[in-house]
Design a protein around this ligand. Structure first.
Ligand code: PBG
Length: 342
């Protein structure tokens, strides 16, 4: 009866798996604050993408960790930069797994029976800059004071070339996450001009300056100097989150995202209530770490807590959920013991 009347269900195709690939790595490297998540080598990235394809996931979201960082994030748009290499590897792995007939079910309307995950890439400079900020820096003179701040418009030029490099490497979707004003519009124009009208934009629209990104710093070896409060949002602002989503829609976003997810379900519900495009939510590194830590101490039931956290995000209105547990959850869904069936 509970299964029959369940209001909220999950499907593997709703889930997107974030993946980290690190340049020059010989063996996958565990991320201690995210037990079960690793920095991948190029070889193990391909395996993880094949697994994601077999699990029927809707997407993978790639992050690159370069060997060299500098002030402007040179490797971010290098043709052979680690993220572009990762995209090509993921692209090939999806095609192989689709051809082998091991993809997810085709869903409605597909001509092929097997459809692999959409290949998405994070479009942001923070993994590539030595200062760890999402853009290039400049000095602002406030009366007698000098402050180092991110240069919004100079950063937009970097995002445009980065998005085109990602599209050239084979990304289906680029995902600007740096919270620069105008980033979606500039990327849309650059993609169209370069002949990539079909490449979509998943905009990290309402992205809050959050303590829950803590473990991500370790995941991408970043030593952030200062904080991000000059460009990421204030945790108390919900109206501003809706406004950011509206601005991104007007600039051409194909999907909008709220991030983090668990502490921002009201913002997610508000955006989902009016958005004409699909809405994504990112269950971020700190949300993952909290449940894993409590579960490993025996303080909460791991599977129950994961289930509830992801169902809650879906119930609040997310069409698409980015979660580090995506492949594992897809396995549970196959057993039909998730959510309403329990
Ligand atoms: C920016 C980016 C971040 C995350 C996703 N994209 C880091 C940040 O903005 O500080 C965080 C994801 C997570 O914490 O799981 N490249």
């Amino acid at each position: 009866m509970r299964r029959l009347v369940a209001e909220t269900r999950l499907h593997p195709a709703d889930l997107v798996l974030p993946l980290f690939v690190k340049e020059g790595l010989a063996e996958p490297h565990p991320i201690s604050s995210m037990p079960g998540v690793v920095q991948h080598t190029e070889a193990t990235l391909a395996e993880a993408v094949r697994d994601a394809t077999r699990a029927g996931l809707g997407g993978v979201m790639l992050f690159g960790i370069p060997a060299l960082r500098d002030a402007t994030g040179t490797e971010a748009d290098a043709e052979d930069g680690i993220l572009q290499r990762g995209i090509r590897i993921a692209r090939d792995a999806v095609r192989e797994a689709e051809a082998a007939g091991t993809g997810g079910t085709g869903g409605t309307g597909g001509t092929s029976g097997r459809v692999g995950p959409v290949v998405m890439a994070d479009t942001c400079l923070d993994e590539f800059t030595d200062h760890g900020h999402c853009g290039v820096l400049t000095t602002r003179h406030d009366g007698s004071r000098e402050a180092t701040v991110v240069d919004n418009d100079a950063t937009l030029e970097r995002y445009a070339t980065m998005a085109v490099a990602q599209a050239r490497a084979g990304a289906d979707v680029v995902a600007p996450s740096g919270m620069m004003d105008g980033q979606v519009g500039v990327i849309r124009a650059a993609l169209d001009e370069a002949g990539f009208a079909d490449v979509g934009i998943l905009a990290y629209s309402a992205k809050y300056a959050s303590a829950f990104y803590g473990p991500f710093r370790e995941a991408v070896d970043s030593a952030l100097q200062g904080d991000r409060r000059t460009y990421q949002m204030d945790a108390g602002n919900a109206r501003e989150g809706r406004r950011e989503a509206d601005l991104d829609l007007a600039e051409g976003a194909d999907m909008v995202m709220v991030k983090p997810a668990g502490s921002y379900l009201d913002v997610l519900a508000a955006v989902a209530g009016t958005s004409p495009v699909p809405v994504a939510a990112y269950q971020v590194s700190g949300e993952y770490a909290m449940i894993e830590a409590a579960a490993s101490n025996g303080w909460i039931d791991r599977r129950g807590a994961i289930t509830e956290s992801v169902l809650g995000i879906r119930r609040a209105g997310a069409d698409v959920i980015l979660t580090y547990w995506a492949t594992e959850i897809a396995g549970w869904l196959r057993d039909e013991t998730f959510g309403g069936a329990r």
